[in-house]
Design a protein around this ligand. Structure first.
Ligand code: UDX
Length: 433
């Protein structure tokens, strides 16, 4: 089977590298020549554990993987063409911007030379794959292709593992022929007995949005319960543990924090709400999840300022800038949003992040970067744990507080033991603890 992946962002690059690992000849295409040249030099444009090793293996050893700047060439003899281009939020309405998907669908249709599957793997609103089919039919007769929906469920920071050991593979097809080809494609996962959910195209598209939206709902829910815990003297970590042991609830995505960020949840929740609006369906639950999450940043920032009596000219330390650990991705990073508001109030922000400082500084010149967490904490009135990087769990907090007393620390991710920190002399504030 020859595969072509169009778009070499997080989804496309991981998908291409992993399909090569499955043993398939795979071409990844991008119109950004610089990015293609970087990839051909085995340089990954973003930090993702394990990607460079996979690129090196399949670019240089097995030679199953290649990168191309030419879509036409790469489509001609493909058996399956994956659309993995970005579908960012439109600024105002929150709708998904599908212009890249349409452009790529049109270019594919102009270059299909033999029967192939055209697969939407980008996160696309229900109805998109059928629209891709209409675009292709403008240039290609129906016998020469089929469209399929095959959403991904990759988490940044663990994307390769999520691809290789998924909880399930979802395929949305219109006929047995395309279903059989997709099942053949994912046969390497049969070893792990990975369930394949074969359904209609529309159901497949809804599964993706409904899954991300439900995870986001769990997060907003636990964050609201965390607020209640702070008022009634309960501990959100014990509450989440007591809830999560119930298999109907599950323990994942019940960690209280500053709200969900990243390149997916915020945009997917808003896009799903828009889909419901267009179909006159009441999505008031998800709308509440979305607006609570949007408001969480100012809620957390107000708490930091009031509890620590931070004033203009003071210095605060933000540890962690990426939207989550094990990535350098700062898109919709709650840490950076909080740092921005503090800086707008005249507070100096010293910061440290193991991977994301270069990306963060590019868009936030006010940040004062430090070489390590200890340097970032020096002469600060407040320390904020914004992202739960493991290295922050291992910090020598005794060294950090030194002779100071009552140094405020806001553990937004509850990575520390409140009792231990209070004994060290910190004025400790957890989230829901
Ligand atoms: C998510 C989905 O998990 C993945 O299946 C989908 O394919 C893409 O979107 P990702 O955005 O990479 O993956 O990160 P994820 O680990 O899901 O975290 C998303 C946000 O939720 C982060 O800001 C994280 O800090 C936050 N989060 C996550 C919580 O606040 N609490 C939790 O318990 C889990």
């Amino acid at each position: 089977m020859k595969l072509t992946i169009i778009g070499t962002g997080y989804v496309g690059l991981i998908t291409g590298a992993c399909f090569a690992e499955f043993g398939y000849e795979t071409v990844c295409v991008d119109k950004d020549l610089d990015r293609i040249n970087q990839l051909n030099d085995c340089i990954c444009p973003f930090y993702e554990p394990g990607v460079e090793e996979l690129l090196n293996k399949h670019l240089n050893k097995t030679k199953l993987l290649s990168f191309s700047n030419s879509l036409p060439q790469s489509v001609h003899n493909a058996d399956i063409v994956f659309i993995t281009v970005g579908t960012p939020s439109k600024r105002l309405e929150g709708d998904a911007d599908l212009s890249f998907v349409w452009d790529v669908a049109r270019e594919i249709s102009q270059n299909i030379k033999k029967y192939c599957l055209v697969v939407t793997k980008s996160t696309v609103p229900v109805g998109t794959t059928q629209h891709v089919k209409q675009i292709i039919l403008e240039n290609v007769n129906q016998e020469s292709f089929d469209v399929v929906s095959n959403p991904e469920f990759l988490r940044e920071g663990s994307a390769i593992d999520d691809f290789m050991r998924p909880d399930r593979v979802v395929i949305g097809c219109e006929n047995k022929k395309s279903e059989n080809i997709m099942k053949e494609l994912y046969r390497p996962l049969n070893l792990n007995e990975t369930p394949i959910v074969s359904t209609s195209i529309e159901s497949s598209e809804v599964i993706k949005y409904a899954s991300n939206s439900f995870l986001a709902t769990k997060i907003s829910f636990i964050n609201q319960v965390a607020n209640l815990c702070e008022q009634v003297g309960a501990n959100i970590q014990d509450v989440a543990k007591g809830m999560g042991i119930d298999k109907r609830i599950g323990s994942k995505f019940l960690h209280a924090g500053p709200g969900y960020g990243g390149s997916c949840f915020p945009k997917d929740v808003k896009a799903f709400i828009n889909t419901a609006k267009k179909n006159n369906v009441d999505f008031s639950i998800l709308s509440a999840v979305d607006s609570f999450n949007d408001g969480r940043i100012s809620e957390i920032t107000k708490k930091i300022i009031s509890k620590s009596n931070l004033n203009k000219g003071d210095t605060a330390t933000m540890l962690g800038l990426s939207f989550k650990p094990n990535t350098d991705d700062i898109r919709d990073s709650t840490s950076i949003k909080i740092a921005k508001i503090l800086n707008e109030k005249g507070i100096n922000i010293k910061c440290y992040d193991p991977e994301a400082m270069t990306n963060a500084k590019k868009e936030n010149s006010f940040l004062v970067l430090s070489d390590d967490a200890y340097a970032a904490c020096e002469e600060s009135k407040v320390i904020i744990i914004g992202t739960e990087w493991n290295e922050f769990r291992a910090l020598d907090l005794k060294q950090i507080i030194g002779k100071q007393n009552n140094l405020c620390i806001f553990d937004l991710r509850n990575i520390y033991n409140p009792k231990e920190l209070k004994e060290l002399g910190y004025n400790y504030f957890g989230t829901g603890t």
